[in-house]
Structures are given as C-alpha cells and as structure tokens.
Design a protein around this ligand. Sequence first.
Ligand SMILES: [Zn+2]
Length: 51
Amino acid sequence: MCSSGGPMADIDLKKLKTKKYHCKDCGNSFKGLGKKVVCPSCQSDNVELAE
Ligand SMILES: [Zn+2]
C-alpha cells in the first residue's frame, strides 16, 4: 500500500482530514493523521490534540 512515494502521496494527504497536534516532549506543533501520531521532530508519541 505504500509505494515509492511521488506526487500521489502528497495528494492523498491533502484529501484526508488532518488534525493539529502538539508534542508534549518538544513543544512542536504539527498536523497529524490517523490513530498513531508521532511528532515529526522528535518521533515521540507523547502528543495531544491541539484545539
Ligand atoms: Zn516532539
């Protein structure tokens, strides 16, 4: 299901609903998606939804 990337992957991400998350470890704010969200900065899963 995950092929070698390319422009299609980017389009799929934009179609899906992303939510804003906040990393409790490093304070990074990012958009996440799915059930298991990890911080792109420190790879921690200690994140919370930012409203
Ligand atoms: Zn982080």
